[in-house]
Design a protein around this ligand. Structure first.
Ligand code: ATP
Length: 348
């Protein structure tokens, strides 16, 4: 069974802690993304699962078997590297078959599995090419096929889309997700790109300074961030300091009162409001002010000020006859949101 368990996995380099007691339980067929800023410990965690780095403490368990002390080739994992790491002098087919050859799989069986893997990534027509005769996206698919061909229990992806341009990234991301779902591959992926993680993963793990801050679905993290770091890292977020008063009123530092979601947990802290949940309307008596406006085609972004706080709002660009289309920097505006759009988050 392709389950993956990380049990208190840590890595220290001298005094420095790269990964601190990470616990994670990945189900068969699930895609989990490790997400976080540069240096947060994502790659180190992935490499401890692959076996390239030995943990200082904790256990890595694949399919119920403790593999913590096993070398990479004995772990039943397939890894796709950020750089693809293809052999430049070998054909596509030979690159894909490399792992099988290492495992002493016979010629006929090898050819059958190479052809199957190349069909899965839609590269069957290019099997005789060399890597340099392929586009970036095609090289990426060779790397995928090479990892898939050994039917690993756990599939590991290190920033799989980072070498592709923006358009291709979305396309290949969906392709990988589709393949992963169809084959029911248990997958751990590393990325620093939140859109990529949100689009592809069943669950996301947000890390900072080697620690796991929150684990959850895209919706959990976006709608119910556990702290201000997660709120600010997963999507954009306005964070306003102040204190909750009563059930659904939040008093900003400036003294102004604004609506917030009635949730009994945090009293003091930060009010978190997503830019797309904020309504902006021209209003000569409005308490807010438009400082700048950016027209982005499909969307328009409003940089606002309310009671001394800077707030960003984003809306689908209004139709040409909408009064909001006549807004200009300096105009007074009414800034509103429904209480449920604003959650109080305790300070970290
Ligand atoms: P990036 O997105 O930039 O790849 P990351 O989240 O993958 O970052 P890691 O590469 O896992 O981060 O590194 C985590 C921390 O461990 C960093 O502070 C890094 O400097 C440190 N580190 C990694 N490898 C070593 C090493 N061999 N010796 C000492 N420190 C290391």
């Amino acid at each position: 069974m392709g389950t993956l368990l990380l049990d208190g996995v840590s890595k220290r380099y001298g005094e420095a802690t790269a990964v601190a007691r990470v616990d994670l339980d990945i189900r068969q067929g699930e895609l989990v993304a490790l997400l976080g800023p540069s240096g947060c410990g994502k790659t180190t965690t992935l490499r401890m699962v692959a076996g390239f780095i030995e943990p200082t403490a904790g256990r890595v368990v694949i399919g119920g078997r403790d593999v913590t002390r096993l070398p990479p080739h004995s772990r039943d994992t397939g890894m796709v590297f950020q750089s693809y790491a293809l052999f430049p002098h070998m054909s596509v087919a030979d690159n894909v078959g490399f792992g099988l050859e290492m495992r002493k799989v016979g010629r006929a069986e090898r050819d059958r599995r190479i052809a199957e893997a190349l069909r899965l990534v839609r590269l069957d027509a290019l099997s005789d090419r060399l890597p340099r005769q392929l586009s970036g996206g095609q090289q990426q698919r060779v790397a995928l096929a090479r990892a898939l061909v050994v039917s690993p229990a756990v599939f590991l992806l290190d920033e799989p889309l980072s070498n592709l341009d923006a358009k291709l990234r979305a396309e290949v991301g969906l392709e990988i997700r589709d393949l992963q779902k169809r084959l029911g591959l248990t997958t751990l992926m590393v990325t620093h790109d939140q859109d990529e993680a949100l689009a592809m993963a069943d669950r996301l793990v947000v890390m900072e300074h080697g620690r796991v801050l929150q684990v959850g679905s895209a919706e959990d993290l976006y709608e119910r961030p556990a702290n201000t770091f997660v709120a600010g890292f997963v999507g954009r977020c306005n964070l306003l300091a102040g204190t909750r008063e009563g059930t659904d009123v939040f008093r900003l530092a400036s003294g102004a009162a604004v609506p917030c979601a009635p949730d009994a947990t945090a009293r003091g802290g930060m009010l978190a409001i997503r830019p797309e949940r904020i309504e902006v309307a021209p209003d000569p008596a409005g308490a807010g002010r438009l400082k700048a406006l950016t027209y982005l085609g499909a969307r328009t972004e409003y940089h606002l000020e309310l009671a001394g706080e800077a707030i960003v709002a984003v809306t689908p660009t209004p139709l040409p006859d909408d009064p909001r289309r006549r807004l200009a920097a300096g105009d007074p505006v009414r800034i509103t949101w429904v209480p449920d759009a604003a959650r109080v988050i305790p300070l970290d």
